[in-house]
Unconditional design. Structure first.
Lengths: 208, 66, 221, 258, 221, 208
């Protein structure tokens, strides 16, 4: 199986502190990279590196064997990144937010109403998102996972403010994505409950 | 009656533009406000009805989920 | 093109939802204009003389300040972060923002210009020149303001930082625009100034969108 | 003391009662308003004599003065409603603020436009920056500010409260408008009819003016009733009585269509 | 009192950390002032005549815009929510904010006033009157701006909404302040205007802090 | 044991939707009220009502048997509320943020360095908080729980973005507070792990 995403001797410095050094991993299709670590260990910083939002102090990230900087455009096309912020505009409705992301990626849900309904947002489709609760907003943002065809997902604490039921549903969806050859990189302070076929756990240590 | 003929009345002693401009815009604005308020009242009722319908939809959806 | 159209649609939806975003700058413009006669004294002769400058300064402030929040929401809620990560739509997004900003602030200013003419006692000819300078100048104002907004997006310092960055760039515009109006008021030819304004506009149109995209990228990284 | 004095008002502070009360009053108020307004205006336009100085242009007075005075009257009532709403937490009073604000804004705009149209023949200019004119313009901006502020919040109830506070603060502008003609020497006319002792105006001109004044007041009341009903619906839409009311209406209108 | 002192300390710490918060308004003030000669034309006679109004309009805009972000951070991060829930410190917090806002924007304006006098060609006497009006007027500006910031805190509409709301209230101040300076320039007595400014100040001092507290409560509730 | 906080026939409406109706509970010293429910059920809305930040549509809240509106000042003195937002200013350091809260409540930690150190923030005391990670910021905010003497705590999802270790520590601290006669109202999507002597669970249903 070919390696999709790999890190080679990655290191990251924020302000004056080395968060991690000489970090290596290799991810191929169907694998999850589950990044753990204490608060402040550098999980979010690592994800931003992997998403190409910042560049590493040392080392490099390889996408299909090529350095990220060389294939930036191609990489970006294959990537779906959802960070701490959910990426939805609070003044727009759930439908409008979905339409925006559809327009950008040229991928749209077959039936947006049905999709939102299955995420427990039935009846809230055309209400501005600021009127939704914390968890409901998160659901709108995650709805994109259900109609994207991008193989590489990078998700920073996707489970925050979700209730147990939706977490289960989300993990089911992860499994499906992996089965179809996708790759997922995620962090979470909650343990993963589903049984992933190929899970690489990466523990970042809180260093000083 | 302070005017001798209709033409006189419409001319307003040479001040027709100003007088009729004032009265015209005044009544236009007042009518506009009346119309706007009426329409607002109407559309609020419609919104409430739409929300009731949506509630129905959601209830049905929840039934189906269970 | 399809993408651009739906991005424009999104912006228009936002403007429709937040009517204040285009109504407030307009009222602010009128308010600032009415400050001058109050502060400076209402003699009509004097007012007429300084009117071109006043209109342009008020326009500048209101366009500038209205741009302030342009990227703030999208930045704060992580939309821009995801746009930068996913590259594709960033440029279309930027041009859509710029267009809609001009539609929502520049165009209303042009539309209320007759009212301004009445308030400041401009005659018909001066008003015509005012309209022409506004048509040429407000897109440049919008472009520069959007650039300012993009540069200060992550700084979270409010409109004033943006004003500081962009005001110096505005100054040439101000000089030529009010110069054209003054020339017209004294019956001198003013096509020269208008040509310069046009040149500014073309120049800004070519460069600013690229600069804005770069600014967004840097702000996220 | 206050509580007991106004106890009899309590039922009217109940949204449902007030909604129906407004509904019942509305046709009478509207009819009366139209009648007095048209009576006053037609009398003033066609039957009262021309002014010996201003000619027929003075007839603008029959809309200028009522709208100008009631633009301030509307502001005071709005501010009083705001005060009651905030201090005693009476929600219908808060809603009244939003009901009145647009009416006041329109009255102010009318005063400005008619004043300008009167100024052109009298002073030779549509607009001068004199104290009364400017302060009236400021009044318009205040109204717009109240409306804009109320609309700027994601939660309508919060927006109304905040706008009420602004409305109260803005009251300082009212004395400025009224006394501007005395404090600064201006082009604008001093008090002529509001001098209670001896109005310096001929009765044949005064009567239609007074009737128009009454007409604008009644119209203010009627429009407030109409708009207050909308506000009540907005804020009470989760109540069963609103649901029933709206459903019943929807059914009947559907039947009409069929 | 101890509480108040440490609240003041916090505000000063914030100002120390975010120097832009008090430097920018100052630069903005100077920039806006320098726009006028550019837009209006630099004839000294005319400039001197309109100088009082200009200074006051520029001061007004810069104080107003600098207040915009005053409560935004504290609101967004839930500080105000917790202050309102815990009641005790809210009033001290408000007064500390007001004081520090004046210290950080009003006082610098007064300090640069000699520079303004040079720029606009004011003579020594006019400058003196300018300083007196600024001393009496800028606290009122600060008070009203803080009120505007508090009212619009949760509205998230940027500085322009705040300007819309508060500018009408400023106008009397503007009229009397520039009136005093004009009177001084034409050697007329101006104590009347100063007395009115003083009255405004006392009035605002008595009422605005209470209104601000109320506005904060409402914005959270 | 006397009842400290009670709700009587409480109901809450947001926009047009009734979130809950006729809600009753009674809390006495040493008890926890653990509010659960799906996303959007109205947990946060309930907590804001209890904290006196908004007023109920119907019903009333009693504090020591008196309606909240009558004893607002006294109630506020006894209350510590931490909502979804952490209430720390990102430009100030952890120490400065603590000092601010100390000034307002006239309660300060014996040794702030020691306190912050014990929360895993050693060395980060005088760095502006925006430079801390999500979880570290949350820690600064929660530090107040360690030096307050207020009996009534209302906490909205206190565990978000905390790592397991700190959650355990926090729950220990909850137990201590309860043992000394305190009252806690909290929501969380994560199950509570410590064994609380007197736990009242309140399940809010997502209604439409
Ligand atoms: C845009 C221009 C004008 C504005 C904004 C304006 C505004 C006002 C306002 C606010 C009032 C009510 C004052 C009060 O009750 O204290 C008023 C009253 C009045 N205005 Fe005007 N006005 C304008 C132009 C004129 C002109 C051109 C005339 C006539 C030459 C005029 C004649 C009057 C008269 C006779 C009253 C009644 C005064 C009284 O009895 O109190 N106005 N105007
Ligand atoms: N600002 C608001 N304006 C209008 N309605 C709102 C607002 N905030 C929340 N709501 C509505 O109130 C309901 C309850 O929201 P609340 O935040 O109390 O839920 P919650 O139980 O805390 O959910 P979560 O687990 O996602 O935090 C939501 O379904 C939403 O529709
Ligand atoms: N904006 C920033 N500027 C400077 N340093 C930062 C910034 N954000 C984070 N850091 C530093 O980087 C370290 C790692 O932060 P990061 O957000 O990657 O942690 P994390 O592992 O995601 O933690 P958490 O579990 O709390 O989300 C933090 O300890 C902090 O000191
Ligand atoms: Mg993180
Ligand atoms: Mg919640």
């Amino acid at each position: 199986m070919s390696i999709i995403l790999a890190a080679e001797a990655l290191s990251c410095v924020r302000q004056d502190r080395v968060l991690f050094e000489n970090l290596n991993f290799q991810l191929s299709a169907g694998q999850v990279l589950y990044i753990q670590g204490k608060n402040g260990a550098g999980k979010s910083s690592l994800l931003r590196l992997l998403a190409g939002l910042s560049s590493p102090e040392d080392g490099q990230i390889l996408f299909h064997g090529k350095p990220l900087s060389a294939v930036a455009e191609h990489f970006a096309e294959q990537l779906l990144f959802i960070g701490h912020q959910s990426g939805i505009h609070p003044q727009l409705t759930a439908l409008q937010n979905l339409a925006f992301w559809s327009a950008l990626t040229a991928q749209q849900p077959a039936d947006p109403y049905q999709l939102l309904g299955s995420l427990g947002l039935a009846g809230l489709e055309d209400i501005p998102c600021f009127m939704l609760s914390a968890g409901q907003q998160r659901r709108v943002s995650l709805a994109r996972l259900w109609f994207t065809t991008k193989p590489l997902w990078i998700l920073d604490e996707p489970f925050t403010s979700l209730d147990q039921q939706l977490i289960a549903k989300l993990e089911q969806h992860f499994l499906q994505h992996l089965a179809s050859g996708g790759v997922i990189v995620l962090t979470s302070h909650q343990a993963l409950s589903a049984s992933y076929p190929e899970l690489q756990a990466l523990e970042l240590e809180y260093r000083w | 009656m302070a005017f001798t003929s209709w033409a006189d009345f419409w001319q307003m002693g040479g001040y027709a533009l100003f007088v009729w401009l004032s009265f015209g815009t005044t009544y236009a604005l007042l009518l506009g406000l009346w119309w706007y308020s009426k329409r607002q009242h109407h559309s609020i009722q419609q919104q409430i009805r739409a929300k009731a319908a949506r509630e129905q939809r959601v209830r049905q959806h929840q039934e189906r989920e269970k | 093109m399809v993408m651009w159209r739906s991005l424009i649609k999104r912006e228009l939806q936002l403007l429709g939802r937040q009517k204040a975003d285009w109504l407030n700058p307009l009222v602010f413009f009128l308010l600032v204009l009415s400050l001058f006669p109050l502060g400076i004294g209402p003699e009509p002769g004097m007012l007429k003389q300084i009117a071109p400058g006043l209109v342009w300064i008020a326009a500048l402030l209101s366009v500038l300040l209205s741009a302030e929040r342009l990227f703030k929401d999208d930045y704060r809620y992580g939309v821009i972060e995801q746009l930068v990560a996913g590259r594709e739509g960033l440029f279309s997004y930027v041009t859509a923002k710029i267009c809609c900003h001009w539609l929502s602030t520049g165009v209303p200013l042009i539309l209320v210009s007759p009212l301004i003419a009445v308030l400041l006692g401009l005659n018909f000819d001066s008003w015509q020149v005012l309209v022409v300078t506004l048509v040429l100048g407000t897109p440049v104002l919008s472009l520069l303001s959007v650039l300012g907004a993009a540069l200060t997006m992550a700084a979270d310092k409010g409109g004033i930082l943006q004003a500081l960055i962009i005001l110096p760039l505005y100054i040439p515009l101000l000089i030529f625009a009010s110069g054209a109006m003054e020339a017209a008021a004294t019956a001198l030819p003013y096509t020269g100034q208008l040509a310069v304004l046009l040149a500014f506009l073309l120049f800004a149109l070519a460069l600013v969108p690229l600069a804005v995209r770069q600014a967004l990228r840097m702000n996220v990284g | 003391m206050w509580g007991s004095m106004f106890r009899w008002l309590d039922p009217y502070a109940k949204p449902e009662t007030l909604y129906h009360l407004c509904g019942r009053l509305l046709p009478y108020l509207m009819g009366l308003a139209l009648f007095t307004l048209l009576l006053g205006n037609i009398w003033g336009l066609a039957f009262s004599p021309a002014d010996y100085q201003q000619g027929d242009s003075y007839r603008i007075i029959y809309i200028h003065v009522p709208s100008a005075i009631w633009s301030m009257g509307a502001y005071s009532s709005m501010a009083i409603a705001a005060f009651i709403g905030l201090v005693w937490q009476i929600r219908v009073a808060q809603w009244a603020v939003l009901a009145i604000a647009p009416i006041g804004a329109v009255y102010t705009a009318i005063a400005l436009i008619t004043g300008a149209a009167w100024g052109k023949p009298m002073w030779g200019t549509w607009w001068v920056w004199d104290a009364r004119l400017t302060s009236e313009l400021v009044l318009l901006f205040l109204y717009l500010g109240v409306i804009a502020l109320a609309g700027a919040f994601s939660e309508a109830a919060r927006g109304i409260k905040v706008a009420s506070l602004l409305a109260i603060v803005g009251v300082v502008n009212l004395p400025i408008i009224h006394f501007s003609v005395e404090w600064w020497n201006t082009l604008h006319q001093g008090a002529t009819i509001t001098k209670f002792a001896k109005p310096s105006i001929d009765p044949s001109m005064l009567w239609p003016l007074l009737i128009s004044l009454l007409g604008f007041a009644l119209l203010l009341a009627a429009l407030t009733c109409l708009r207050l009903r909308s506000q009540i619906l907005i804020f009470e839409q989760h109540r069963p009585w609103v649901r029933q009311l709206v459903d019943a209406k929807g059914d009947s209108s559907q039947k009409e269509q069929n």
